[in-house]
Design a protein around this ligand. Structure first.
Ligand code: UDP
Length: 387
């Protein structure tokens, strides 16, 4: 009998989108995940305080891609939510982040009425650099060392255990400096949304298809692929190869959840810390829409303490992008080897060793799965089951 099924490793966005598209194209798809739950790092649940908590830190959906929004909207309701973040500075004030005109006016006690004033002020701070080669040179050339060393240096050090000089500029460019008073975190994205009933419910609906089976607490084991026509694999590509060329490093995070009788007010659920403590940021879940599911006496606050992935049970969250590209070079060697097997395709953050956002993973996965389904058309899943 011909091998008819597809194996998807990982039930996060990369795996779940592949599974759904391929199932709708008529393939029978088996999804395995080593964790005891679906939804990958988007997994959320309602805790004992009645709060919806994202188990792996706040996931804020934002994109300009209408097709991605249309597609995920098939699996549940999404509500508008514009994310705002504050930075806690040494004198105890909370200032808008990303850095904007209001941030600097408050910090330096100056009047910055318009963009020209902001540019003029930054010109007194910045150290021009023709071709910035790392995050420090980039930031110093835009805002200068004082602002860099307050908002970016300690945070980056605790987040990545690296100095800004060692980091690729693209990492800090996720927070562009604003020359206006815009205080939303993702103002350039037309769609800023959260799933009304949580991410886990979206994933449950996405994986609810007669062509899909899901096996949790089931890690990939070599040899599994022999029963399948194709594997879409979101596990770490170095781990798949036994790390025999060396390990691809990741940052991980320890999440410290605490109950608090003090309910944070305002429009910024996330507070970033500029100090040298091990904590990067804290999330007050009740300030996100539909996250206060049942109100009790206490709210839940989650503090994030970054660490090496090996110190956190090999939980891989963030690929490390250094200025010299050394980890991508190692990744390329694994990729070249993986490409020798066209029946094993690596997907997602860990499969492709890229710092991807949710909308990017969804978009890439839609394209990848549709392309594959077009190349290998199937009759409906009922016919597969009957063969
Ligand atoms: N960053 C920083 N200070 C902050 C917030 C971010 O230096 O207050 C830097 C840091 O290097 C961080 C990167 O910008 O890793 C990207 O931040 P983002 O908020 O996008 O991180 P994510 O939400 O993906 O954890």
């Amino acid at each position: 009998m011909a091998v008819q099924r597809i194996l998807v490793v990982g039930a996060g966005f990369a795996g779940a989108v592949h599974a759904r598209v391929l199932a709708e194209a008529g393939w029978a798809v088996d999804v395995v995940d080593q964790r005891p739950h679906i939804a990958g790092n988007c997994f959320d649940h309602v805790d004992g305080n009645g709060m919806r908590v994202h188990a792996y830190g706040p996931h804020l959906f934002h994109t300009n891609n209408a097709r991605v929004v249309d597609w995920v909207s098939r699996f549940g309701a999404w509500v508008p939510y514009e994310h705002r973040v504050k930075a806690l500075v040494p004198d105890g004030r909370e200032l808008p982040l990303p850095v904007n005109r209001d941030t600097l006016a408050a910090l330096f006690g100056v009047s910055l009425p318009d963009e020209a004033a902001m540019r003029g002020f930054l010109a007194t701070q910045a150290l021009p650099c023709a071709a910035p080669g790392n995050a420090a040179e980039h930031l110093n050339s835009v805002v200068g060392p004082t602002i860099t060393d307050l908002f970016f240096r300690p945070y980056t050090r605790k987040m990545w255990a690296l100095e800004l000089e060692e980091m690729h500029a693209s990492v800090v460019q996720r927070l562009p400096i604003r020359f206006d008073t815009e205080d939303r975190y993702f103002p350039d994205d037309r769609y800023q949304l959260l799933p009304r009933d949580g991410y886990a419910a979206i994933f449950a609906a996405m994986l609810d298809h007669p062509g899909i089976t899901v096996s949790l607490s089931t890690p990939f084991r070599h040899g599994m692929e022999r029963s399948y026509a194709q594997v879409f694999n979101s596990m770490a590509i170095d781990e798949f190869h036994g790390c025999d060329l060396g390990e691809l490093p990741y940052r991980s995070i320890r999440f410290h959840h605490r109950a608090s009788a003090e309910w944070r007010q305002g429009d910024s659920p996330v507070l970033n810390r500029t100090d040298d403590s091990p904590i990067t940021r804290e999330t007050s879940w009740h300030l996100l829409p539909h996250h206060l599911v049942a109100r009790g006496t206490h709210c839940t606050i989650t503090a994030e303490e970054p660490c090496d992935w090996r110190a956190n049970n090999h939980e891989r969250y963030y690929p490390v992008k250094t200025a010299d590209g050394r980890h991508e070079a190692l990744y390329e060697r694994y990729r070249a080897r993986a490409e020798r097997n066209p029946r094993m395709h690596f997907i997602g953050r860990c499969g492709t060793y890229r710092y991807l956002d949710m909308h990017q993973v969804i978009n890439q996965s839609l394209i990848s799965a549709e392309k594959w389904a077009q190349a290998y058309p199937r009759s409906p899943v009922i016919a597969v089951a009957a063969e």
